[in-house]
Design a protein around this ligand. Structure first.
Ligand code: PMP
Length: 420
């Protein structure tokens, strides 16, 4: 084995390829990032879909610093609380299209998924329907890398060699209402605890829901009595032009899982917003414990970052800005569809998009990894997702900066064409 040049094991990465070739990012400002050697890159993905307000926001850094100096951390188990956590719960419950909402804070999206899965099952047990244990996920969905999330997620490669995972989980094709209806019938609706849905599938390749699909899922959940859990880890806080994607589709889910854009990544934070009905057996009468939660749930510095981040989104009207930019991004990418190596462009629903290589390009030996690399050499950071490149810049990007994305992709594709 060659001597390792790094001790850092990167997530979702092939260390045999990465070790020794690390791309070390040093500084960020707005939509721009600089590496240690001083080169500048456009952040075309808001890192991992989270930098909604862009990099280098001094007021968030100041709020975190002030909070750490006031109270670094103290847990929120039992009756302990801190003011930023209380304020954030208040703020999120007011923003979410969920009746009488309560907010369960955690440290990231995956924690939120685990919480929602356990809470769904325990809710039904406490409601006297203990047979409702089954969780339904969708093909190509991503719900984080924890146990339940890996099980419910529909990207099969993520389950390779780590099964058996959670029991009583099944998957339906992401775009078929009929398949979901049939699965509910097959299982017997009285056995289903919850259906997990990403409004727009992110990591699976920016896959839009067919028209009417999400509303149809909500209808099927209501009919069969099971819970609708929206995984809005990517879609919330402006990515789809609203605080929550649920608003865009007129949905009132039972739970919304959130993370990423809640702090724009300045601090790690995620969680679940839960309806009053789900909270009821835990919050009323004698109450019941929900024996779950993370050490750093409600971390005051993370909540302080979130509060300032949400204030920036509101003050700068970034929800409306995102709705304008989704069209600008779709328009800017459109000409690429004529390129012989491009199969499909998925854009126009939120400030997120994917440029998919054509089957012929893939069959002919063009790899997404190579195109990603060439786009990076052209000064833009995108994300390789299966056979496509994912795009999800900060909501603060300008239309001129958006133009740099298709330019970099085009020059990368042209180079790929020449090298075949
Ligand atoms: N759900 C979705 C839809 C996600 O995209 C992700 C992360 N990309 C997660 C859950 C997991 O979030 P985290 O990495 O913060 O655990």
């Amino acid at each position: 084995m060659a001597a390792s040049t790094t001790r850092l094991w990167h997530p979702f990465s092939n260390m045999a390829a990465v070790a020794g070739c690390e791309f070390v990012v040093e500084r960020g400002d707005g939509v721009w990032l600089w590496t240690e050697d001083g080169s500048r890159f456009l952040d075309g993905t808001g890192s991992l879909w989270y930098s909604n307000v862009g990099h280098g926001r001094v007021e968030i850094a100041d709020a975190v610093r002030a909070q750490l100096l006031e109270l670094d951390a103290f847990n929120i188990f039992n009756d302990f609380a801190n003011r930023p956590a209380l304020e954030l719960a208040e703020r999120l419950s007011g923003l979410a299209p969920i009746d009488d909402a309560r907010v369960f804070l955690a440290t990231g999206g995956g924690d939120g998924v685990e919480t929602a899965a356990k809470l769904a099952r325990r809710f039904w047990a406490l409601r006297g329907e203990p047979a409702r244990t089954h969780l339904i996920g969708r093909s190509l969905a991503f719900h984080g890398a924890h146990g339940f999330g890996t099980s419910i997620g529909g990207i099969e490669a993520n389950r390779e060699d780590v099964e058996p995972l959670a029991g009583d989980v099944s998957h339906v094709p992401y775009d078929s209402l009929e398949a979901l209806g049939a699965e509910l019938q097959r299982l017997g609706p009285e056995r289903v605890a919850a259906v997990f849905v990403e409004p727009v599938i992110g990591a699976g390749g920016v896959l839009h829901p067919p028209t009417g699909y999400l509303e149809g899922v909500a209808g099927l959940c209501a009919e069969s009595g099971c819970l609708l859990v929206l995984d809005e880890v990517i879609c919330a806080f402006g990515r789809l032009g609203h605080w929550f994607a649920a608003e865009r589709f007129g949905l009132n889910p039972d739970m919304i899982i959130f993370a990423k854009g809640v702090t724009s990544g300045y601090q790690p934070l995620g969680g679940v917003i839960v309806s009053g009905e789900i909270a009821e057996p835990f919050w009323s009468g004698e109450g019941n414990y929900f024996r779950s939660g993370q050490t750093y749930a409600g971390h005051p510095a993370c909540c302080a970052a979130a509060l300032v981040n949400l204030a920036i989104i509101e003050r700068e009207d970034l929800l409306a800005r995102s709705r304008e930019l989704e069209l600008a991004l779709a328009r800017a990418l459109e000409p690429l569809s004529a390129h012989p190596l491009v199969g499909e462009i998925r854009a126009g629903l939120g400030l997120m998009a994917a440029v998919e290589l054509s089957p012929q390009a893939v069959a002919g030996g063009t790899s997404v990894a190579a195109v990603f690399e060439a786009v990076r050499e052209a000064g833009v950071l995108l994300r390789p997702l299966g056979t496509c490149l994912g795009i999800s810049p900060p909501l603060t990007i300008s239309e001129q900066e958006i133009e740099l994305i298709p330019q970099a992709i085009e020059s990368a594709l042209d180079r790929a064409t020449q090298s075949i």
